[in-house]
Ligand binder design. Sequence first.
Ligand code: PLP
Length: 374
Amino acid sequence: MTPFHPPEVLLLGPGPSPVSKRVLDAMARATIGHLDPRFVGMMDELKELLRYAFETNNALTVPISAPGSAGMEAAFVNLIEPGDNVVICQNGVFGARMRENVVRIGATPIMINDAFGTPIDLNKVESTLKDNPGVKALAFVHAETSTGVESDAAALCKLAQDHGALSIVDAVTSLGGIPVCVDGWGADAVYSGSQKCLSAPPGLSPFTLSEKAVAALKARRTPVQSWFLDMSLVMGYWQGSGARAYHHTAPINMLYALHESLLMFREEGREAAFARHRENHLRLVRGLAAIDVELLVAEGARLPQLNAVKVPEGVDEAAVRKRLLSDFDIEIGSGLGELAGKIWRVGLMGAGSNPESVDRLVDALGVCLGRKAA
Ligand code: PLP
């Protein structure tokens, strides 16, 4: 065996997104002790940078040492107890995972289903919350990676508040690409992933809890089911001045990478980053239209960072993806669940959201489909 040297692939799928040399270089810096005071100083900056990204002043704002799925699990195990009722909105694949988390806790999921490719219907959520007084939380996916749809997070969090429920928001694909206004929305538990619009490698889950959520955690009748994800223990390591209590050995070099990518996000500025994602999405839509290819989602609900592209009639979607990878070194994603075989998922996330990437993909897709731009 020899050292592994991965090929150069343009990552335009649903994540991971391209990781810049600056972030990779940060990751290659010397590993130091995770209780070294200089490392602790970097951790404090990281929390501050995450607060900027999440638009929050929440004290409990940290990266969880595991991917987005761990952020999802942390939100549920910390806030939900056996016997609780939880309203879950499902308009794609990831809502089903929320259901699974709730069932495994011994709580009861109350499902609201919307068609894949459409946003969550606020009227259905309102009537479900009215019909089920006392639900512990309302959970939903802000940016559905499986369908490319944005739902109205501000309105959903407001509905949760109006009905005395906590809100659990999946911002895995939204953070860094479109506004995630944790304090403005009054959201209670929000989690994301490092490998989408923040363009760090996968393996960390930015996570934040509101004061109300922390109070709910403190008032639990039962211990958090997961020792590793129990935020009251994790915070012994991430919070406090001076010495930090050992909980687990932090993924030190991964945290350097996230710190660097968040620094880049702050240098660019939130609004500029969102505008860039929007502009490159519109460039893709125009480019696809020129080769007669359409998007699945209606215009007002499209995510700029995740484009669900309809596979034209009679085209073998897997063969096109395979050729894009083998002949053009471009990766895009397939459809999931009921959209398998019907769409491609084109991610323009973080460092992948630029005009050159868009043009390279549209040109290559035109060749694969035998279509020239009109
Ligand atoms: N939630 C959403 C909306 C996602 O898109 C993903 C991953 O694509 C996850 C959760 C799970 O994140 P991870 O794969 O980092 O565990």
